[in-house]
Design a protein around this ligand. Structure first.
Ligand code: SF4
Length: 513
């Protein structure tokens, strides 16, 4: 059972007894058959398929020292820079099969974040959170559970800290501490894949001060828990899923996001990993955000490949694939896609080790990866639109194509080069529309794992401007204090590396050799 079959995952999430899940105002009990959620469930399932498909199982299966068995990579704790690179590669490959976000990486990153943070807390003398986390991790790995990571709070008034908010539940908080657990209240917003998950791993969304300690809480609960209410968000073209079509709505795979309301939810103490530990929240946010930003170099590059392939095919369908301006646009799409991927791989192979047995991405390069992703998908999309032509916004529906009175006429007027049918043209146009203009490539690329400003804050924290200035002053012949470091990069340590500075980081180890 350790590497679970996809069908077992579907069976496990089929019926909800306690949690309430709402889609467009209606409560949904079976998420596997609901027309809105089914594409998202199938996309989540692809992470289970990956452990069995011949082309992905090498990447998707990995040995876990925690339970001494093979596990699905999505529940694995990274043990090397190569493990981190394998994550990026696996994400690129799964994107090829789904054309959307497959949603499981947020929980994956939450697990790795808690592993690092509870290790750091243990080094500082607080050992209980790590003990609880390791027991939880073993359960997750043995059962191959489907996790959703829940980070972003409702946030209320953005200029106010959690404890200053007029709505005390604007951030998820500890409302009561009992001997056997805690009561939590509040809501997490934009939670990817949550209705298709079995467990929610909740983390604080921002750095907290002592006055915010009730909001400094990290925990895990089964999704099907009393008091959990999930309101699934709407998406572009979502009503097409109710049409029972097979072309227009990319009906089989899609992601969803939801508002998760914790209405006085009880969390047993063995599932609580941060409890009023406000002093670790800044680092926790940094670790999680960097993990997820690195992953975008894989999944968004995979979506880029789909758009490149579709652009090429649409050009062929109308006979312009050899035109120099089309080849130039394809090369630009390739350059943009491979740059995102290269950054994600660099962030993996230049990993840092904030504690023994902990592997974290390179924070600078992970943030660069995500910042590229905030820009490049829209550029790739623009090039695809350019080549595809106005039909991308004006194509008739599949129902027109299936109407006996229109079928032949549309076949005549939509066809270009012989060998491609009108249906081929419509299918490819819809693919570009659904993938490139959908949530995963356009909106998630900007705001997922933190909005663009969040990466720029990280650049200014991590890049040592003073060092670069001294280097420049020296070459300009000005008075300077240039002292060359052995590091090639003018980078400062991250908050996390500073917190553990008495424990040698990988960078420091390399430096001392
Ligand atoms: Fe995974 Fe990418 Fe979706 Fe994040 S956006 S959950 S990294 S597929």
């Amino acid at each position: 059972m350790t590497v679970r079959r996809p069908e077992e995952y579907l069976e496990a999430i089929k019926v909800r007894h306690k949690a309430e899940i709402y889609v467009m105002g209606q409560e949904v009990k079976d998420v596997t058959t609901n027309p809105f959620l089914k594409p998202s469930v199938m996309a989540f399932k692809a992470t289970y398929d990956a452990a069995w498909d011949e082309d992905t199982k090498e990447l998707a299966r990995v040995w876990s020292p925690f339970i001494n068995e093979e596990v699905n990579r999505f529940n694995h704790i990274h043990r090397s820079p190569e493990d981190l690179a394998a994550k990026v590669k696996l994400l690129r490959k799964i994107s090829h099969k789904i054309g959307a976000c497959f949603q499981r990486c947020v929980g994956f990153d939450a697990l790795n974040t808690l592993w690092i943070m509870t290790n750091i807390m243990a080094q500082k003398g607080k050992t209980e959170p790590k003990e609880r986390f390791v027991e939880y991790l073993k359960t997750v790995q043995k059962k191959d559970l489907a996790l959703a990571g829940a980070m972003t709070d409702a946030k209320g008034i953005r200029t106010l800290k959690p404890s200053q908010q007029p709505n005390k539940d604007a951030y998820v908080r500890v409302k009561e501490v009992r001997s056997d657990g805690i009561i939590v209240s509040g809501a997490k917003a934009n939670i990817t894949g949550v209705a298709a998950s079995e467990e929610i791993v909740a983390l604080p969304t921002r750095a907290m001060g002592p006055e915010d300690q009730d909001y400094a809480v990290a925990f895990a609960v089964p999704t099907d828990t009393e008091g959990i209410k999930i309101v699934v968000g709407r998406q572009l073209n979502d009503a097409r899923r109710f049409e029972n079509g097979e072309i227009d709505g990319l009906p089989y795979y899609y992601n969803h996001e939801g508002l998760v309301i914790f209405d006085d939810v009880f969390v047993p103490m063995e599932r609580v990993f941060l409890l009023r530990d406000w002093e670790y929240t800044s680092q926790l946010v940094e670790v999680f955000a960097s993990f997820h930003r690195q992953g975008y170099g894989g999944c968004k590059a995979g979506l880029g490949d789909i758009i490149i392939g579709a652009t090429y095919n649409l050009a062929k369908q109308i006979g312009i694939e050899k035109a120099s301006h089309v080849q130039d646009k394809l090369n630009e799409e390739i350059f943009l896609t491979e740059t995102m991927y290269a950054a994600g791989i660099a962030a993996s192979l230049n990993a840092v080790q904030p504690c023994p047995n902990c592997w974290w991405v390179n924070p600078m390069q992970a943030n660069v990866t995500k910042h590229l992703v905030t820009r490049f998908p829209s550029q790739i999309t623009q090039l695809a639109i350019d080549v595809a032509g106005g039909i991308l916004g004006t194509a008739p529906s599949e129902w027109d194509l299936k109407n006996p009175k229109l079928k032949e006429l549309l076949a005549k007027y939509l066809q270009g080069i012989e060998g491609f049918t009108a249906e081929d043209r419509l299918r490819m146009v819809r693919l570009v529309e659904n993938v490139s203009l959908g949530v995963a490539f356009m909106i998630e690329s900007v705001h997922g794992a933190g909005s663009p400003a969040a990466q720029r804050i990280m650049f200014s924290r991590l890049y040592d401007l003073n060092y670069a200035e001294e280097v420049a002053k020296r070459l300009a012949g000005m008075k300077n204090n240039a002292k060359f470091s052995t590091n090639a990069e003018p980078w400062r340590p991250s908050e996390t590396e500073k917190l553990v500075k008495e424990v040698p980081t990988k960078r420091q180890e390399q430096k001392s050799k």
